[in-house]
Design a protein around this ligand. Structure first.
Ligand code: SAM
Length: 235
């Protein structure tokens, strides 16, 4: 995870990522299904099963995009808000999601929520896109109530025997699909690069612990292609 101090290029980097998501938003869900053979749906269900069944608790799905996680949390009884900087992503998803879900513009590194106000914070395939993921982890601790839970679904490091096939697929197929379906090969090249740069399972676990999370565990999905990390705020 990047730990450099603030530089003027941060805002440029953030703008570039946001512009990219605005451009891919109309085809985002279709591309997810094609790239992952719809496996991302199973991963998201596995993630949401890590959340307690709840009636009336407050959850925020950071980097919530088109609202997949928010819908699944809503089905488990949560009051859910999607928080994402991309109006385009939220506009693409909102008509398909339950009307009870709230939608708010905001960055993971500076969440627009009060201290100790949430029972659950989730982030699915979002931490990797944040200019300052360590700030996002600190923000997660700030907004959660004591006893609140943080759940992160993210691409991770696959098993050694799978890695050569996975690397080949990422290098050759994903950017081509991005060009054909979304008309944005550069966006899907960014996707591949950002996955490679993201910390592995144990490193992210250590970073969550360093941010102040307790009882941090992770579960590999599809032999480590993705992983779900869970942590709690104790006090
Ligand atoms: N969570 C959704 C899912 O799993 O399908 C969307 C994931 S999409 C790969 C990444 C999302 O992160 C985009 O909707 C994008 O707008 C959002 N994003 C980018 N930079 C962000 C930031 N600094 N803070 C919060 N969200 C960000």
């Amino acid at each position: 995870m990047r730990t450099r101090s603030s530089t003027p290029s941060d805002s440029q980097h953030r703008d570039n990522i946001q512009t990219m998501f605005e451009l891919v938003a109309p085809r985002y869900d279709l591309m997810n299904d094609l790239m992952s053979f719809a496996t991302h749906r199973l991963w998201k269900r596995a993630m949401v099963r890590k959340a307690p069944q709840c009636s009336g608790g407050f959850a925020v799905d950071v980097a919530g995009g088109t609202g997949d996680i928010a819908r699944l949390l809503h089905q488990r009884g949560w009051n859910v808000t999607v928080c994402d900087p991309s109006a385009g992503m939220m506009r693409a998803g909102r008509p398909r999601q339950p009307s009870e879900i709230s939608w708010v513009a905001g960055l993971g590194e500076s969440l627009p929520f009060a201290d100790a106000s949430l029972d659950l914070l989730t982030v699915s395939f979002g931490l990797r896109n944040m200019t300052r993921p360590q700030h996002a982890l600190a923000e997660a601790i700030r907004v959660l109530k004591p006893g609140g839970r943080f759940i992160c679904l993210e691409f991770s490091t696959p098993a050694w025997w799978l890695k050569p096939f996975y690397d080949w697929y990422s290098e050759h197929i994903i950017p081509r699909l991005g060009a054909m379906v979304a008309g944005r090969p550069e966006a899907y090249r960014y996707l591949v690069d950002s996955i490679r740069e993201f910390p592995d399972q144990d490193t992210l676990k250590e970073q969550m612990q360093a941010a102040g999370f307790a009882d941090v565990t992770y579960t590999n999905l599809s032999f480590g292609i993705a992983a779900i990390h869970v942590g709690s705020k104790t006090s």
